[in-house]
Design a protein around this ligand. Structure first.
Ligand code: PGA
Length: 254
């Protein structure tokens, strides 16, 4: 039995600030963020604040990542940043396939797959976000939607050495709504995702960390993390308050 109780999967608590945050928030996190030994803590600030936070946390266990990158290494893409730029800063991760990007910015399955490859090729760890819409869940097509999103990336796997290390299951209907998935719903889907990875061989399924995201708060984190296949959280709204975020970190202590 390992120290983490679920194989060798150390829990992760990741902050997705989205288009929020300020120098004051960065400064507050540098002063007050907990440094738990029992969890990995990752911060995904806006691209504007990524350099300073990465620099500040450089010699610590806190890691940073980009919320989005473009799918070319460089060139005339006004307003975009590349995975290599993020890597050069010293950040370690990049989100890809977040439902807000899929719904609002044209990140189709094909674009997500291309971005995923660029992130991996640059030497960053892609955190692939997948999740069904309310309509898909209500029509009994939740698993199909998530499998389609996983397959889209795996089928065009361009980076030969790469396999999934982190996936975030984020049901669209739970994001920013205050209504998290129940522990049972999240567990059921996350077990299906692990099973899919196992059958496809697109990652070491017992080492793969599958995060849950969607209205995670200090008050529901303990119940969710108690599930076998929930290895941590991608936290949006509640990550903008360092005290609440620290409480979520505390909740993943087994
Ligand atoms: P939320 O967002 O915690 O505000 O629901 C989660 C996410 O979109 O990653």
């Amino acid at each position: 039995m390992s120290v983490w109780g679920r194989g060798m999967r150390k829990p992760v608590v990741a902050a997705n600030w989205k288009m929020n945050g300020s120098l004051e928030l960065c400064e507050c996190f540098t002063r007050k963020l907990a440094r738990p030994e029992f969890a990995d803590v990752w911060i995904f600030p806006s691209a504007l604040h990524l350099a300073s936070l990465t620099d500040y946390f450089r010699d610590s266990d806190i890691a940073t990542g980009a919320q989005n990158v473009w799918c070319e290494p460089e060139g005339a893409y006004t307003g975009e940043i590349s995975a290599m730029m993020v890597k050069t800063l010293g950040a370690r991760f990049a989100l890809v396939g977040h439902s807000e990007r899929r719904a609002m910015f044209g990140d189709s399955d094909a674009v997500v797959a291309k971005k995923f490859s660029k992130i991996a090729e640059a030497g960053l760890v892609p955190v692939l976000c997948v999740g069904e819409t309310l309509e898909e869940r209500e029509s009994g097509l939740a698993f199909e939607a998530v499998h389609r999103q996983l397959n889209a990336v795996e089928d065009v796997w361009e980076c030969q050495d790469y396999s999934h290390e982190v996936i975030a299951y984020e049901p669209v209907w739970a994001i920013g709504t205050g209504k998290a998935a129940t522990a049972e719903i999240a567990q059921e889907m996350q077990a299906r995702i692990r099973d899919h990875i196992d059958r496809k061989g697109s990652g070491k399924s017992d080492e793969l960390r599958i995060l849950y995201g969607g209205s995670v708060k200090a008050s529901n984190a303990s119940e969710l993390i108690a599930q076998n296949d929930i290895d941590g959280f991608l936290v949006g709204g509640a990550s903008l308050d360092v005290d609440e975020f620290n409480q979520i970190c505390e909740a993943v202590k087994s």
